[in-house]
Design a protein around this ligand. Structure first.
Ligand code: EPZ
Length: 420
């Protein structure tokens, strides 16, 4: 198993190119199940999660090639309706093959994704949405078994106790494209990744209105066609580099990035004293010597993303003063607190709230990565800390950050991977 070594306390400098969005890629790859025609998708990040989704598509009968951030999906054999436990259990994104398989094959048997360290993560909203379109659904031996001779449009509410669901919206949206009649999804997720999926489906010939808003209107069509499509930039990767720049008091430029998708982070970083300028497809981050403590609460988009909560906590841990961090999307997503505290941070948790008493300096330590964004937080803390940090179990990082060591090295960080 690899570990990551960081010799911290160095400023970063230069440009970093943001990769294509992981969380847009996963449902868009699933959407290729909706057509028998070839699809070519570019700007796909080379990540473990992307490779898992490709394996899943192959196991379902698709022929998939992946070269230089470009994926081609073709159909040479009949589609299969069973998504196996081995692939779905390792990655929740793969559960969004349910909607496309169901509407294409009239039946699907998809393993339940299971919980993970960021919370229980139920799938009730996915099932509720598909049931509203007429699916008969049973859960047996850890599999969701869904059947429907013909899905039919409905006017449905898809919000849950923690707000809208990104992947439930994706699942129901994909199923609705080939359903009979009109589907209106209220309280749909507005995340740019859902908008990217809707744009992909529209390019395939789907009739969708309201993408990016909480009401999606989908008029079912008979058939979808193959397309060529470019995935949008990964706002969470971009945000991670921006926070890393703030934590190391650095000046960096991000390329291939959408400023409008990062407004809430920009607002919070500005509140902390960081200077941020908008360029053409670029963001310039210019840091001052002293950062101010700033509190955040995560919400669904356009609120502060839960996927940047851990990274922002790392920044606040290294910022003198008190800040309060609340996660309203995943109230248990705080596994990183213990590891940050190993580096000298002073953070305590009370329910869904973390109180951070920021220090002037963090110190390198041996720490354990527990999930993708928690790992990114440890990288940021390691870059800011004095001394050497060793991050174990970094396979989590390989799930969601393309070329992380290379990108940080090019910015001047001392960061490298070691095999144990
Ligand atoms: C997506 O997960 C992302 N994953 C997550 O990114 C991200 O943290 C999350 O959205 C929130 O933005 C992918 O896109 C592959 P949700 P998803 O359903 O769709 C509750 C990362 O690090 N809920 O929007 O599974 C749920 O428990 C990952 O890249 C239900 O109650 O998240 C949570 O509290 C991790 N019932 C809230 O809704 C359901 O049926 C939002 O979760 C579904 C969700």
């Amino acid at each position: 198993m690899d570990k990551l070594i960081i010799e911290g306390h160095k400023t970063l400098k230069g440009e970093v190119r943001v990769s294509g969005s992981k969380n847009a890629t996963l449902p868009i790859l699933a959407a290729t199940l909706l057509t028998d025609e070839p699809c070519e998708i570019c700007n796909i990040p080379k990540l473990r999660d992307t490779l898992t989704m490709i394996k899943l598509l192959r196991s379902l009968g698709k022929t998939v090639e992946f070269k230089k951030n470009r994926v081609t999906v073709t159909s040479k054999e009949a589609l299969k309706s069973v998504a196996d436990y081995k692939l779905v259990s390792t990655m929740r994104g793969s559960f969004c093959v349910l909607g496309p398989l169901l509407v294409k094959l009239k039946q699907a048997r998809v393993s339940l994704p299971g919980g993970c360290v960021i919370g229980i993560r139920p799938v009730d909203l996915h099932l509720k949405g598909l049931k509203a379109l007429g699916a008969k659904i049973e859960v047996e031996n850890g599999y969701v078994i869904a059947k429907a001779r013909q899905l039919k449009g409905d006017h449905l509410y898809l919000g849950g106790a923690f707000g809208p669901s990104v992947l439930a919206t994706a699942n129901v949206l994909m199923a609705a494209t080939l359903a009979k009649g009109t589907t209106i999804i209220e309280s749909a997720a507005c995340e740019p990744e859902v908008e990217d999926l809707a744009n992909f489906l529209i390019a395939m010939g789907a009739n969708i209105q309201g993408q990016g808003s909480p009401r999606l209107t989908v008029k079912g069509v008979k058939k979808l066609k193959g397309v060529r499509y470019d995935i949008g930039p990964d706002r969470i990767e971009a945000g991670t580099y921006m926070i890393a720049a703030a934590a190391t008091k650095s000046n960096i430029t991000l390329k291939n990035v959408d400023y409008s998708q990062l407004l809430v982070l920009i607002d919070k970083l500005k509140e902390s004293g960081v200077k941020i300028e908008k360029g053409h497809n670029a963001i310039h981050v210019k840091c001052v010597k002293t950062i101010r403590p700033t509190s955040i609460t995560t919400y669904p988009y356009p609120g502060f993303p839960t996927d940047l909560q851990a990274q922002f906590m790392a920044l606040m841990a290294a910022t003198p003063g008190v800040s309060v961090i609340t996660d309203k999307v995943f109230p248990d997503r705080f596994i990183h607190i213990a590891e940050l505290n190993r580096m000298g941070a002073n953070i305590r948790r009370e329910g869904s709230v973390a109180i951070v008493e920021g220090r002037k300096t963090l110190y390198g330590a041996q720490v354990m990565a527990s999930d993708l964004r928690a790992s990114a937080a440890l990288v940021i803390a390691g870059l800011a800390a004095k001394g050497r940090t060793e991050i174990h179990r970094i396979y989590h990082l390989d799930r969601g950050y393309e070329g992380l060591e290379q990108k940080f090295s090019e910015l001047g960080a001392k960061i490298y991977r070691e095999k144990i």
